[in-house]
Ligand binder design. Structure first.
Ligand code: ATP
Length: 507
């Protein structure tokens, strides 16, 4: 990329107000052809709003957007597409009932005369996908593909639509490590070919391995633009959160107490998790690692009663009825599910309602929220760092990361003896992550037993006392102490090797 190249897209002094919040305040950035720009900032700092303005999904209240140096009104996503601006977010926009080929060419199906040229469409789709090294049957129905493959088809569609600017809004957040690396490589390749890229991610390593600069927003305002990877991570984090983040994972003296959670031959009815046994003591944090499809997600769901299962689960010696989330909760297992948007969010309700769902009935008389209850809601909002202009705000109007924190807050407030947390910091900014880690430490200091399922190995290594690794549908090994390293965890997760001599030189 030539630094003298004119920007493809430039945003100057843009502002955007939603009821009760100034989401963007005089924000500016520019992206040149071949440049990968990271758009960074805490949850609610305005990143998605800014990318939606460039992608035509929102209109600014003030300021201008320039494309190829000319002031341009990007009235809607269709206009953006015509300008070569394509958005890829974690919410897939594919048509699930159509085939892969139809999705790649959706909205621009090749024609011969008045008719759609199906043969050309399938051949070209095959070529486009092969060029990106995506191996998928072009006649397969999208709904039948894994999330990873769906995301790759989405990228193929973006690339084959001659994108000039790709906007990735947390596009990797539900992908496995392998799929993430593939997606990032695709992005780098597109940049080498002159495509401009604007990427939003809360995962620092992704930004450092892919972007050439980072734009930092705080409370909708531009804090600055810095070069990557030249800028130390600590400096970038300080710009984002406005303070130093020391002692990121916190420290805790783990002297585990009595066994709280006993799991014997727990297996999911769908066969994704083979019989698995382990115990967790009071005050302990046990991590669960594994690749996508290894059974780790299913293990969390089976523990929390979210899927049909067999075997035995006991909390403080008392058997828990399996396959029933309400009974699991009343037995003392607080589950934070993986797919929070679908499984835990009440989209038509307020932040207050979503945060108090599980405990408000205990404290509100006749459904009326008293002043003291209101105070408790406000305290919970502050404690869990949920950024909202009001507790009455609709939960779906919060930024993605703040929705996550609201749900965590609701479940952490229950005082359960056991917590099962699936990907608890997905989509959450660095500052809030360290806040959540501190809350987890506090839960264990108060005697809770915590099971944390995560695809982020540094998080497991930083937090857990020991980590169980799932491989091909069962717990296959355990790492603790000096063995708790990415090398050891990966060796088990990828190939099922559990003997130290198999690991080679730890790096
Ligand atoms: N449709 C909406 N109605 C009301 N407020 C909104 C709406 N969309 C966003 N906001 C508010 O605008 C602010 C910026 O949100 P935005 O989604 O841009 O943040 P973000 O930086 O992308 O956060 P995250 O990292 O959590 O995804 C937040 O305070 C959010 O609550």
């Amino acid at each position: 990329m030539n630094a003298n190249t004119a920007p493809l897209v430039e945003v100057r002094g843009v502002s955007k107000r939603y009821p009760g919040v100034l989401a963007l305040d005089d924000a500016s950035l520019s992206v040149r052809p071949g440049e990968v720009v990271a758009l960074t900032g805490e949850n609610g700092s305005g990143k998605s709003t800014l990318s939606k303005i460039i992608g035509g999904a929102e209109q600014p209240d003030g300021g201008v957007v320039l494309v190829d140096g000319a002031e341009t009104v990007i009235a809607n996503p269709a206009t953006a597409l015509k300008l070569g601006i394509v958005m890829i977010s974690q919410e897939l926009t594919l048509a699930p009932e159509l085939t892969v080929a139809e999705n790649v060419f959706l909205g621009r199906l090749p024609r011969r005369g008045r008719f759609i040229d199906w043969a050309t469409m399938r051949t070209r789709a095959r070529e486009e996908l092969a060029a990106l090294d995506v191996h998928v049957d072009v006649d397969a129905k999208v709904a039948d593909l894994s999330v990873e493959l769906q995301q790759e088809v989405e990228i193929a569609r973006a690339v084959s639509s001659q994108a000039r600017l790709l906007i990735l809004d947390e596009a990797t957040s539900s992908l496995s490590e392998h799929a993430t690396e593939r997606l990032l490589e695709l992005v780098r390749e597109q940049a080498r070919r002159g495509v401009a890229v604007l990427m939003i991610s809360h995962r620092m390593p992704e930004l450092y391995s892919t972007a050439g600069s980072a734009v930092v927003l705080r409370d909708g305002r531009l804090v600055g633009t810095v070069p990557l990877p030249a800028t130390p991570e600590s400096q970038l984090v300080r710009m984002m959160v406005g303070r130093e983040l020391n002692d990121y994972y916190g420290s805790r003296d783990c002297t585990p107490g009595e066994v709280v959670l006993q799991v014997r031959d727990l297996a999911s009815a769908d066969g994704a998790l083979a019989p698995t046994s382990f115990e967790v003591r009071s005050g302990e944090i046990v991590g669960i690692a594994g690749l996508v499809g290894s059974g780790k997600a299913q293990l969390g769901m089976a523990l929390g009663g979210a899927v049909a299962a067999s075997g035995e689960v006991r909390v403080n010696g008392t058997p828990v009825a399996l396959g029933d989330p309400r009974r699991a909760l009343s037995a003392g297992i607080g589950l934070v599910p993986d797919d929070r948007k679908r499984a835990a969010l009440l989209p038509t309700r307020s932040v207050a309602h979503n945060m108090t769902l599980t405990w408000l009935p205990k404290i509100s008389r006749f459904g009326v929220v008293s002043r003291s209850e209101n105070r408790r809601v406000r305290e919970a909002i502050a404690e869990y760092g949920v950024k909202t202009s009001s507790p009455a705000k609709l939960i779906t109007q919060l930024s993605g990361g703040n929705q996550q924190k609201a749900i965590l807050g609701r479940i952490f407030a229950l005082g359960c003896p056991v917590y099962v947390l699936s990907e608890p910091t997905r989509g959450v900014d660095v500052g809030s992550k360290s806040q959540i880690y501190a809350l987890l430490q506090r839960l264990t200091e108060n005697g809770a037993a915590v099971v944390i399922i995560s695809s982020e190995l540094p998080e497991l290594i930083g937090l857990a006392d020991r980590v169980l690794v799932c491989f091909q549908g069962a717990v296959h090994g355990e790492c603790s102490g000096e063995q708790l390293t990415e090398v050891h965890l990966n060796a088990i997760a990828v190939s099922g090797r559990t003997h130290t001599e198999d690991f080679g030189e730890p790096s």
